[in-house]
Ligand binder design. Structure first.
Ligand code: NAP
Ligand code: ZN
Ligand code: ZN
Length: 351
């Protein structure tokens, strides 16, 4: 199959920093869209994956699944997109399309596993899929999103993972007016969780370990901010929440949040720390609490989220960086020093 060489940044092992690497992208097939990548958000999952924290990484690993770009070519059968369109790609580039979950528009839960944008088997070229820390990508049109007009493009990129991963569970659990909703961790996901929960009409309480994020938490839409290290402040909220979204990237005490749920309240985990989180049985039994998880969102829901963001002028708060600063940005992520998503300006890799 004909391929084209594309510049990227890759990790060659769990301990190496990211560096320049050329990858092969397929020549667009009849249903493919080829995009020049303009911006790519930096998700904490990129770091977990490249450093093999989930123990399944294939090297070289080119991360990046918050992609906004411009269409450069389309295959003969492509109907939804044309050259010059502003498009986006999130965490998935394919799925079986036939299983119950795919047919229900929940491709992220495909029973044969979706093909993720990076670190999956590339079923067409062989080898691993390579993500958005690169200058261009080729994706089946069914997994390409349309970026609505009127959104800042760099600040839109994080919507493709941080946005949909928080939007989807808040919608699924029907968060809305009259409810008290908590968001744990003010990082890339957490700050989008705060914005969406506020936009859906809930009373929003942010939990953070970082006292220097209190003002930002309020500015981003929280009605209250609780510094979670303050036991008295936490105790005031015991058994009072309808819903809590936990977006923490590292080990932490999940029981401290379960105990804040009221009868039939739900805690949904979207953070994906390396090690299991112990749950105390009585924290679930009394008073009948739900502990659940959620992964990104389906393609139709991702488009719905983008359209919602355009209508309500919601984007991510970002710090734009050149590709060459990625290793520094990852170190800052680990220090909880991100306000609130790094986005790579891919022009820096083309120069
Ligand atoms: P991030 O930007 O690094 O934010 C994580 C936040 O968690 C930090 O800003 C910090 O908030 C809090 N935190 C970090 N270390 C902590 C610790 N030791 N104890 C307590 N709080 C801590 O990460 P992200 O990109 O938002 O991703 C968050 C997690 O979600 C990652 O594990 C990622 O892999 C996962 N994820 C899951 C999905 C999914 O589909 N479920 C999708 C994307 C990402 P404060 O400073 O406010 O405490
Ligand atoms: Zn992500
Ligand atoms: Zn499927």
């Amino acid at each position: 199959m004909k391929t084209n060489s594309v510049h990227s940044f890759a990790a060659q092992s769990a301990t190496s920093s990211l560096g320049s690497y050329d990858i092969a992208r397929r020549e667009p097939g009849p249903w493919d869209v080829e995009m020049e990548i303009l911006y790519c958000g930096v998700c904490h999952s990129d770091l977990h994956q490249a450093r093999n924290e989930w123990k399944n990484t294939i090297y070289p690993c080119v991360p990046g699944h918050e992609i906004v770009g411009r269409v450069t070519r389309v295959g003969a059968e492509v109907e939804k997109f044309k050259t010059g369109d502003i498009t986006a790609v999130g965490c998935m580039v394919d799925s079986c399309g036939k299983c119950d979950n795919c047919r229900a528009g929940q491709e992220q839960y495909c029973l044969s596993f979706p093909t993720f944008t990076y670190n999956s088997e590339d079923k067409i070229l062989g080898g691993p899929t390579f993500g958005g820390y690169s200058t261009s990508i080729v994706v089946d049109e069914a997994f390409v999103l349309r970026v609505p007009e009127g959104l800042d493009l760099a600040a839109t990129a994080p919507l493709l993972c941080a946005g949909i991963t928080t939007y989807s569970p808040l919608r699924h659990w029907k968060v809305g007016p009259g409810q008290k909703v908590g968001v744990v961790g003010l990082g890339g996901l957490g700050h989008m969780g705060v914005k969406f929960a506020r936009a859906f009409g809930a009373h929003v309480v942010l939990f953070t370990t970082s006292p220097n994020k209190i003002e930002d938490g309020l500015r981003l839409g929280a009605h209250e901010v609780v510094v979670s290290k303050d036991a008295n402040a936490m105790a005031k909220h015991t058994a009072s929440f309808d819903f809590i979204l936990d977006a923490v990237s590292a080990q932490h005490d999940i029981n401290a949040y379960l105990s804040l749920l009221k009868l039939d309240g739900t805690l949904t985990l979207v953070g994906a720390p390396e090690e299991p989180l112990p749950v105390a049985a009585f924290n679930l039994l009394l008073p009948r609490r739900n502990f659940s998880g959620s992964a990104i969102g389906g393609i139709a829901e991702t488009q719905e989220m983008l359209d919602f963001c355009a209508k309500h002028q919601i984007v991510s708060d970002i710090e734009l960086i050149p590709m060459q600063k990625i290793n520094e940005a990852w170190e800052r992520l680990l220090k909880q020093d991100v306000r609130y998503r790094f986005v790579i300006d891919m022009a820096s890799l083309k120069a």
